[in-house]
Each structure stands twice: as C-alpha cells, then as structure tokens.
Design a protein around this ligand. Structure first.
Ligand code: FMN
Length: 336
C-alpha cells in the first residue's frame, strides 16, 4: 500500500464493509452517551458532536474541551468540527492528532442559523472554493490521520452533480452524505436515490461513501447499504433512548435476521440511570443537567406510568435523585 493510500484511508480501510456509523449529534452523542453505547452495542465507528474550530482556537477553549473527551472503548472515534477559517481547521486537525483521535471530520451540512452566519456548516455548500481550501488545510494539520466530510445533497436543490464532485477532487477518506438538502432540513424523507448517485460519482476514487438519513435499525442499514451500493450507513436519531441500537451488529452482518437482544422496561430504565451517572461523572462540572434530561423522553415511554415518571424525572437535578425515582418506580411496579 502506498503511503498516500494510507494517509487517505487510515483506520477507515481496516473496517469491514458495510461500515455502520453512529452520527454526530450535538448534546446527544456526547462523551457520556458514547460510553454507554460502547458498552451496550458498539457501531463500527463513532463521531463526536461538532466542535467550533474558532472557539477551540480562542481564549474560550477550556469550555469546549469537554466535547473532545472520549474513552478508549469508543475507538475508532472521529472528531468533528465546524468553522469557516482554513487556518483554524489546520490547528484543530493538529490538536485532534495530538489528542489521538482516529479521524477528523468537517461539518458541511449543519443548517443552524448561528453556524451558517459564520459561513460554516451548510453555508460551505454555497462556497465550494472555501470548502476545498478548508479540506486542504485540515489535511495539512492532520498528517496521517484521515480526513472526512459530512455533507447534505445540496443547499436549495440537489447539487450532487455539481458541488459534490468538487469535494471528491480533494481525495478524502470518506464522505457522509445526509440525503436531504439544507432547505429540506429534516422535513422530508432522505433521498437515498441521490445518495446512490453520490456513490456512483465516487467510483474510481478511494473515497468511501456513507449514506445517512432515516435509518433506525441495523437490519435496515445493511439492506440500504446493499440496495444503494454505499460503503456504509450512518444512524442518528435511532439511538435516542436506545443504546442497544447496534447490539446485534456483529451477528446481523453474518445473518440479516439475527435477533436483537430482548429488552425489558427495567433494562431500559437501568441503562438510563447508568447514562445519567456517567453524564454526571464525565460532564457534570461543565454541562448543564438539563442536557441529560432531554434523553428521558426517549427512554421513558410506551409503558404504563411513563408519563408520570417522565414528569417526575423533570424535577430531578442529580443522578442520585434519578436513581432513587427509578428504584421507587420499579419497586412499586414490582419489576425490579
Ligand atoms: C439533535 C441533533 C443534533 C445533531 N448534531 C449534529 C452535529 O453535531 N454534527 C452533524 O454533522 N450532524 C448533526 N446532526 C445531524 C445528524 O448527524 C444526522 O445527519 C441526521 O440526524 C440524519 O440522520 P438520522 O435520520 O439517522 O437521524 C444532528 C441531528 C440531531 C437530531
């Protein structure tokens, strides 16, 4: 293998295809939740939530470093960044390398107005020259660490025939294609036919194409990979309240119909307590407890008493209180 190939693919080349990835999701797939996911069922690769390059290269750095925490159990782990200044991407890539991340990912799909105002996220789809410059700067800082990009299929319309080939020219390890335009936000179903076209356009390059959008289970991910010919599939919202999402990944790769481990209400609630304790231990000093509470809606639903339990959990302000409420609930329901 030539040195150049090594540099492009890095750890990505060692992954068995189709690659099943956990999506970066701000204030969801943080260091605490990823530890729980790694324990209950690990995907082939995980991403951190995005981190501001400008913030990381400013005096406000300290507050952002918690978003770059990870544990060895999460490897391979890719750090994701957003921004619009090539020089800061170079510095962040150097930093990610020093922090021993396995990969460096650039967000070019976020529709958040505050991020777009900076010329970052999805706004980069309107500025291909800057997008390319950013990739080159990141590669310079990344050394042998592979660089990847996460995009949407276009800004106002499908731009897979125009914008996407420009990004492909930069010879990056992987491109995750979220199958919706910026304008579509998350309001329509992901266009998997366009994702398949992206893979066709990438033929003859070394860049892996990971499809993303509306996939809620490993079986569906494997089916989509086969049907649309992509190298991998990334799952996002399917992880809400379900750290077991990838638990049958290894067996499903051998047999599509491998059963998912059966889960009881008690399993779910105990995982939620463990998640909360991990959040408090890893991020407690720096992140507001309200971030953790957002998960409760997903964990606590679909069983008798869920509504009341959720309301009661909204009053809690520590992992200890949450554990007490859950013990109490399970004891009363006699399902401990
Ligand atoms: C709460 C939330 C936070 C997100 N944060 C990020 C992020 O930090 N970086 C990113 O590239 N995409 C982010 N996304 C987009 C997801 O990575 C993914 O592309 C999108 O949810 C579509 O995949 P899904 O249909 O499997 O959820 C976020 C999505 C959600 C719902």
């Amino acid at each position: 293998m030539s040195r150049k190939t090594e540099r492009i693919g890095g750890f990505w080349d060692a992954l068995e295809k189709p690659i099943i990835a956990l999506a970066p999701m701000a204030d969801v797939t943080d260091a605490a939740f990823r530890r729980i996911i790694a324990k209950h069922g690990k995907p082939d690769v995980m991403f951190t939530q995005f981190v501001s390059c400008d913030g990381l290269e400013s005096s406000g750095r300290e507050a952002l470093l918690c978003d770059l925490l990870y544990s060895e159990a999460e490897r391979p782990i890719v750090a994701q960044f957003f921004g619009a200044k090539p020089e800061n991407f170079k510095k962040c890539a150097e930093r990610a390398r020093r922090l021993r991340f396995d990969g460096f990912d650039i967000n070019m799909g976020c529709p958040d107005r505050n991020i777009e105002k900076q010329g970052a996220g999805a706004a980069l789809m309107k500025n291909p020259n800057l997008a390319k410059e950013i990739i080159r700067a990141a590669k310079e800082g990344a050394g042998n660490m592979p660089v990847s990009v996460k995009i949407r299929i276009g800004y106002n319309k499908n731009e897979i025939e125009t914008w996407f080939p420009a990004i492909l020219e930069e010879e990056i390890a992987a491109i995750t294609v979220h199958g919706r335009t910026r304008k579509e936000m998350s309001k329509v179903s992901a266009h998997w036919d366009v994702i398949a076209r992206a893979k066709e356009l990438a033929k003859g390059t070394k860049t892996l194409i990971i499809g993303n959008g509306d996939v809620y289970g490993v079986e569906d991910a494997l089916e989509k990979a086969e049907k649309y010919g992509v190298d991998g599939v990334m799952l996002g919202r399917g992880i809400f309240g379900n750290p077991w999402l990838f638990a049958n990944l290894a067996s499903a790769k051998g047999d599509r119909h491998a059963p998912h481990p059966p889960l009881s209400i008690s399993d779910r609630l105990h995982a939620m307590v463990e998640h909360t304790q991990t959040f408090e231990r890893v991020l407690g000093g720096v992140k507001n407890f309200s971030i953790m509470k957002k998960h409760y809606k997903a964990y606590v639903n679909g069983f008798p008493g869920a509504l009341e339990l959720r309301a009661s959990l909204m009053e809690a302000n520590s992992a200890g209180e949450v554990a007490e409420k859950i013990d109490d609930f399970l004891r009363k329901k006699d399902i401990l």
